[in-house]
Design a protein around this ligand. Structure first.
Ligand code: ADP
Length: 150
């Protein structure tokens, strides 16, 4: 069973995230969207809301599972028997950051990080910009899946 963990904050889920998830579905038997919880981080949406956005979006996709975790992503992967971490790459800054994390994780475990390059039409989308638009009462419907706006 090829299982991947897609870790992130998903605050909120965007069309950038769904692009990566949709393209990873044919590559794996199961994808766990793992919402990391960090007590020192402030989130706009509660854990329950963030989970619900993903669950609703993938209600008809049995390969996609939503879970939450605390602590190291590699420890979580070991716990759920996942051999792969899935990450999206948008730009050189993502690459530099992700490279160090992936190499560290590889040093500490056997877990491989699989990167998918963002699609051209969603590469500029980020949860932080979406949050800024929401705070300022703008329309985010072209950047997020339906479940986030209803
Ligand atoms: P984190 O705080 O771990 O970066 P995010 O929810 O911001 O959590 O992102 C989770 C994953 O989704 C990361 O691998 C990130 O690079 C990827 N991602 C976010 N936005 C996009 C996008 N527009 N295109 C491709 N990948 C993206």
């Amino acid at each position: 069973m090829k299982r991947a963990v897609f870790p992130g904050s998903f605050d909120p889920l965007t069309l950038g995230h769904t692009d990566i998830i949709d393209r990873a579905i044919p590559l794996f038997d199961e994808i766990i969207i793992a919402i990391g919880t960090n007590s020192s981080k402030k989130y706009m949406f509660s854990l329950k809301e963030r989970s619900a956005f993903i669950e609703k979006t993938y209600a008809n996709e049995p390969k996609v599972i939503v879970d939450t975790y605390q602590g190291l992503t590699i420890d979580y992967c070991t716990k759920v028997k996942s051999q792969f971490i899935l990450r999206g790459l948008r730009n050189p800054a993502d690459f530099e950051f992700e490279k160090a994390i992936a190499q560290t994780n590889r040093k500490m475990s056997e877990i491989e990080t699989i990167f998918l390059l963002t699609s051209a039409d969603t590469s500029y989308i980020s949860s932080s910009i979406v949050r800024d638009i929401i705070v300022n009462h703008g329309d985010v419907s072209m950047f997020v899946p339906k479940a986030v706006t209803v």
